[in-house]
Design a protein around this ligand. Structure first.
Ligand SMILES: [Zn+2]
Length: 287
């Protein structure tokens, strides 16, 4: 299951990730870099062989027929896949950490009487709870991604000393984010049709982060729109080519979605931000 949890128990801050998250992310990146047409500039791409069985199990979305992916054959592509798995898993970790460091838990307890924050709740949400969570999610996405980028730049340097990574830290980060939100989009994570959603639609969240990564003031500047687009295109082309569930084109990240997002962010500024004033500000940008 693609789910995670943040909670504070007796002053211990706890973050939980369901095991399925890590396994699914590894499966996607191993399949991605085993495809000879994905990131052709990396290693000996033309000798890769597609991971047919594992791709079929991604396509079916039935956990009972999960098929573990074989690693890419080329060592450089295998190393890059492992680095991208780590980068993506830590992206989710930093999102959960932001729920704690931004004081969402006491705020949520005060407003809703709940002591832990399960990303995909087991019980239905009320309209009021759903509205509050959409706002807290956007905040956790932004602060989590900004801190994650700082963490990742440090890890990237460490990795690069042992195994040269042929892509920039920022492009790895952009690919990881795109893959993460494509996976969540394919599962409809957090946006069930029958009751109030726990999250904004995954592709709206992705648009939010990519948009913020283009401006220095948001603490997660990656330097150019080209990097963000290259990350998106690498994943969306591979996704569409393999007919994986719910492909999305850049054009579908539409103006309506952007306007809806801006309205949610304005609501966050007026409803939540005054109560979260004591929370740490976003980290400063560095590139
Ligand atoms: Zn969250």
């Amino acid at each position: 299951m693609f789910n995670a949890l943040a909670t504070v128990e007796h002053s211990h801050e706890l973050i939980g990730m369901f095991g399925g998250i890590i396994i699914r992310i590894q499966q996607h990146f191993y399949c991605f870099l085993s495809d000879p047409s994905a990131l052709t500039e990396i290693g000996n791409a033309k000798d890769e062989r597609p991971n047919i069985q594992s791709l079929k199990s991604i396509g079916s979305q039935d956990p009972k027929i999960y098929s573990r992916a074989r690693a890419p054959l080329d060592p450089q592509r295998k190393n890059l896949a492992d680095a991208l798995v780590l980068c993506t898993v830590m992206c989710i970790f930093f999102h959960e950490l932001a729920h704690i460091t931004r004081c969402h838990l006491p705020f949520y307890r005060e407003q809703m009487g709940k002591t832990s924050y399960l990303e995909l709740p087991m019980a239905r949400l009320t309209a009021e709870e759903s509205q509050l969570r959409l706002l807290l999610e956007l905040d956790a996405d932004h602060i989590g991604a900004a801190n994650h980028l700082i963490f990742w730049r440090g890890m990237y340097e460490h990795f690069s000393r042992r195994y040269p990574i042929p892509l920039s830290a920022e492009l790895c980060w952009a690919i990881s984010l795109a893959m993460c939100f494509f996976i969540m989009h394919s599962f409809d994570a957090g946006t069930p049709l029958l009751h109030y959603p726990s999250h904004p639609p995954p592709m709206m969240r992705y648009l939010h982060l990519m948009n913020r990564s283009l401006f220095q003031e948001h603490g997660m500047y990656i330097g150019s729109q080209e990097t963000a687009m290259k990350g998106f295109k690498a994943v969306s082309d591979w996704w569409a080519k393999n007919k994986l569930p719910k492909p999305i084109e850049y054009e579908e990240l539409s103006k309506e979605m952007f306007d809806e997002l801006q309205a949610l962010l304005r609501k966050f500024e007026s409803d939540c931000w005054p109560s979260l004033k004591g929370a740490p500000r976003p980290p400063s940008s560095r590139l």
